[in-house]
Design a protein around this ligand. Structure first.
Ligand SMILES: Cc1cc2nc3c(=O)[nH]c(=O)nc-3n(C[C@H](O)[C@H](O)[C@H](O)COP(=O)(O)OP(=O)(O)OC[C@H]3O[C@@H](n4cnc5c(N)ncnc54)[C@H](O)[C@@H]3O)c2cc1C
Length: 457
């Protein structure tokens, strides 16, 4: 039986980045076990007929240092591909039409996105008292209390769908948007907080987006995965599913499809439900907590068109989001070949529509034929595209994005208590403390540090 200092289970970005940082910490005796035939998990780029198509994420924001640092460590800087300047144009589908999201507070108050009453209610936010510090509210509870129903339905509902494929009636404000929660707690309100940050010179982003520039790689996000994989070499094994784990003489013994593996430090970088299965017999109470973290299904429907077929509403910008009350099937659509021009051959455009999420989970799992019909109908309504697509690619993520629902932070605390009984076991994936690639990378670095400290004991 092979023994390693550390074993990482799961070869998505969380597992690969953890392994990278373990190597940096000098932990050379390690193996990464990935169940699928390929590394990358949700991060995977497809190359079809001259198009560069992402199955999942299409990049990371450069306003946080984590992924950029990893890129530098891998000598991949020369391959970075920042989004085009057009991407600060983002749209919302409101009252049956695509409307630009205004970029500054004055433009926002002049824009027709909210009604005059909706804008007045938004300004009344200044007078609303903050919630008690330990409150764990849904986004809907928070927004109706502070900002009004119209702002919730028009702005926050599509925002949570766009970032988390989430449903505002279920997600926890403090776990999903911790910065907004902190603004309320620290400054007493969002307007007060934004004014204070402006005074302190720390204001970031704006009404149009989270701040920072979306950044990818010339050949798509798979380039980062390939660089991490080539650094690991034979230390990363695919088609190696971990089935269960048991503990013996302060070692973890993993049953895998390739045999038994022994280690002192075990990092589970699988989705929460995968970790639940692996831990079911050794740590049933922890496994139950993990199994209760819900996931939203999401389908990515990529369609290509000739440029001249999109002239009624040329896709120049980031794309658009659709509030639930507009009654469409899609959550929104990313204009990939406008964000990253090399994603489509000359004269063609590549669009990726998102379907399902926690808003309409059943739609994500429809047949490919139905998905294409839904998306084509909604692209006709929103962008007046009526011609058949030149290319169709569909990626269905049955358990796509973990949902940090109300009670998530309390669950993480209970999980920490269970982990105290299991020294050397670490959980690290997008299911716990952030789903963005920057969060995954920074949590991976933190996990590697903890593993090093543990092994040094
Ligand atoms: C459609 C979509 C679009 C997104 N867009 C963005 C974006 O633009 N920007 C952004 O920052 N984030 C985005 N995200 C989020 C981001 O992609 C994810 O949070 C991130 O890729 C998750 O990485 P991970 O390693 O934690 O999990 P995963 O990628 O899910 O990897 C987990 C791995 O564990 C493996 N595994 C599971 N069970 C076992 C087992 N028993 N044994 C061995 N291996 C196992 C799986 O096969 C998988 O490879 C998007 C997500 C989706 C779904």
């Amino acid at each position: 039986m092979k023994e390693y200092q550390a074993v990482v289970v799961g070869g998505g970005i969380s597992g690969l980045a953890t392994a990278h940082y373990l190597l940096k910490e000098g932990i050379d005796s390690l193996v990464l076990l990935e169940a699928a035939p390929h590394l990358g998990g949700k991060m995977r780029t497809r190359y079809v007929e001259g198009y560069i198509i992402e199955e999942g994420p299409n990049g990371f924001l450069d306003n946080k240092p984590h992924t950029l640092e990893l890129v530098r460590e891998l000598n991949l800087e020369g391959e970075l591909y920042p989004a085009s300047d057009e991407t600060n144009k983002r749209y919302l589908f409101v009252r049956g039409r695509l409307k630009p999201i205004p970029l500054s507070p004055p433009a926002f108050f002049l824009s027709p996105i909210l009604s005059p009453w909706g804008k007045a209610r938004l300004l009344m936010e200044y007078l609303v008292k903050p919630a008690p510090p330990d409150a764990d509210e849904t986004l809907t509870q928070f927004a109706t209390r502070r900002l009004g129903r119209e702002a919730l339905e028009t702005l926050l509902d599509p925002m949570v769908a766009g970032v988390y494929a989430g449903n505002p009636d279920r997600v926890s404000l403090k776990s999903t948007f911790p910065t907004i929660h902190e603004l309320e707690q620290k400054y007493g309100g969002l307007i007060k907080g934004m004014l204070a940050l402006k005074r302190e010179g720390k204001a970031k982003g704006g009404p149009a987006g989270p701040g920072g520039r979306l950044t990818s790689f010339k050949k798509g996000v798979s380039q980062l995965i390939e660089a991490l994989a080539s650094e690991l070499g034979e230390k990363a094994t695919t088609q190696a599913r971990v089935i269960s784990v048991r503990r013996e003489d302060s070692r973890y013994l993993l049953e895998t499809t390739l045999g038994t593996v022994k280690t002192r430090a075990l990092v589970l970088a699988t989705p929460a439900y995968g970790a639940a299965n692996i831990l079911a017999s050794m740590a049933p109470a922890l496994a139950r907590e993990l199994a209760e973290i819900p996931y939203a299904p999401i389908s990515v429907v990529a369609l290509a068109f000739r440029k001249e077929d999109t002239l009624r509403f040329p896709p120049r910008g980031f794309g658009f989001l659709v509030p639930r009350r507009e009654g469409l099937s899609i959550l929104g659509c990313l204009w990939d070949s406008s964000i990253f021009p090399n994603r489509a051959p000359k004269g063609k455009v590549l669009l990726r529509a998102m379907v399902g999420g926690d808003r309409q989970p059943h739609l994500a799992l429809e047949s490919p034929h139905n998905l294409v019909e839904m998306v084509r109908k909604d692209l006709a309504t929103t962008m007046c595209i009526s011609t058949p697509p030149l290319l169709i690619q569909i990626f269905q993520h049955e358990k796509g994005i973990p949902q940090y629902v109300v009670g998530h932070s309390a669950r993480l605390e209970r999980m920490e208590e269970h982990l105290k009984e299991l020294p050397g076991l670490f959980l690290n994936s997008n299911a716990y403390r952030g789903i963005g690639l920057n969060d995954c990378v920074s949590n991976s670095r933190e996990t590697a540090r903890k593993v090093k400290d543990f092994l040094a004991q």
